[in-house]
Design a protein. Structure first.
Length: 135
């Protein structure tokens, strides 16, 4: 059984992605990454990506992670916030802690393709504290 099937398949991935984007947009530190973006398109790509990454049907048609994030000044701190939100969502959806840890571990190798800005001082959005000041 794939991790995708064990988590509950399409319905759980879809719900997780919808809640994930709501949380990301509400996070004052990283919300700026989503301004002026087509969120429906981003959510669709995220659902396809997570489905494929978790062993479900591979219908992902997006750019590779490096190309998709190259224009964004994402720091390690930002990446950790994204992962933290995803962990919270998986917990809220009742995913077993061991399964959630597997999902997060499967995504962590993408860090080197997504992070492009130094954590100290950060980029346009990265490196900010939760109050919105520079880190």
């Amino acid at each position: 059984m794939s991790m995708y099937e064990a988590l509950g398949g399409e319905s759980v991935v879809g719900e997780a992605v919808a809640v994930f984007y709501a949380k990301l947009q509400a996070d004052p530190v990283i919300a700026g990454f989503f301004e002026q973006r087509n969120l429906d398109r981003l959510e669709m790509h995220q659902r396809m990506f997570l489905t494929a990454a978790l062993g479900g049907p591979d219908a992902y048609e997006g750019r590779d992670m490096r190309a998709a994030h190259a224009h964004l000044p994402i720091t390690d701190t930002d990446f950790d916030r994204f992962i933290g939100h995803l962990d919270e969502i998986l917990t809220d959806l009742g995913v077993e802690p061991e399964r959630a840890a597997e999902v997060l571990a499967a995504l962590d190798p993408l860090r080197h393709e997504i992070v492009s800005a130094a954590s100290e001082g950060g980029g346009e959005f990265g490196g900010q504290d939760p109050a919105g000041g520079s880190g």
